[in-house]
Design a protein around this ligand. Structure first.
Ligand code: ADP
Ligand code: MG
Length: 215
């Protein structure tokens, strides 16, 4: 088991994600299987798997993947960033908008989506007798509150490892912490870091526009 921990902390080359990545997935955070991930210090935000919207998932290898998650947290969430220039909640003392013949606000709000690095597991959902895929995401950020029902988007950039059996819960937690470190280090390179920027992180050269697009 100790040998597993010796695995490399950087996966793939410096030039950025390679086909078939990035793979995309999006949905609303739902309740999971109540397996107590949070008690282990590794909460996982579960997403419903829509095989019609994500055809690639039917044949995806079960295991651990890494990439980026973007979240549209409600303004009431303590981790919501006040990044809206034309914030409708801004106090009345905000300068009046200049007169314009157009109804388009002169300062369009910037994206409400916040990008974070993540590790995730793709497996099988025990509720459906393991015939339906499951997806759960551990976001590499310490949140001050839960974010059930928040819209979430994923850009999956690479595969970390297959599922394993563990002799103990401790061994599982150690391995997941290595996965987190692998994701952090692999994603920290410029060609793996979104231009759009990561919460509490740098911006890089990778095109993460899909994560923050407005619909
Ligand atoms: P569940 O079985 O409902 O998925 P978990 O113990 O896995 O319960 O906790 C997951 C929930 O914890 C997420 O839905 C989210 O609201 C919250 N959460 C808080 N911090 C994180 C994080 N860093 N990554 C993922 N989820 C988090
Ligand atoms: Mg979970």
């Amino acid at each position: 088991m100790a040998a597993e921990i010796e695995r490399p902390r950087i996966l793939y080359g410096p030039a950025g994600p390679e086909p078939p990545y990035p793979l995309r997935m999006e949905g609303t955070v739902i309740s999971g299987f109540g397996r107590g991930s949070k008690e282990l210090g590794i909460p996982t935000a579960n997403l419903p798997v829509d095989e019609a919207a994500t055809p690639w998932i039917a044949t995806a290898k079960s295991g651990v993947y890494f990439g980026y998650a973007s979240l549209a947290l409600p303004p009431s969430h303590p981790d919501h960033h006040a990044r809206h220039q034309g914030n409708p909640l801004a106090p009345a003392s905000a300068p009046p908008a200049p007169l314009s013949s157009s109804s388009v606000p002169p300062t369009a709000p910037t994206s409400q989506w916040q990008i974070y690095p993540m590790v995730m597991s793709i497996g099988y959902n025990p509720f459906y007798k393991n015939s339906v895929r499951s997806a759960e995401v551990h976001v590499l950020h310490k949140f001050a509150a839960d974010f059930y029902d928040a819209p979430m988007r994923l850009l999956i950039l690479g595969f970390v490892r297959e599922e394993r059996d563990y002799p103990s819960l401790d061994a599982l937690v150690v391995d997941i912490n290595v996965d987190c470190e692998v994701a952090r280090q692999s994603l920290a390179r410029p060609a793996w870091t979104p231009r759009q920027g990561v919460v509490d992180g740098a911006s890089g050269e990778f095109d993460g526009s899909w994560l923050v697009r407005e619909e």
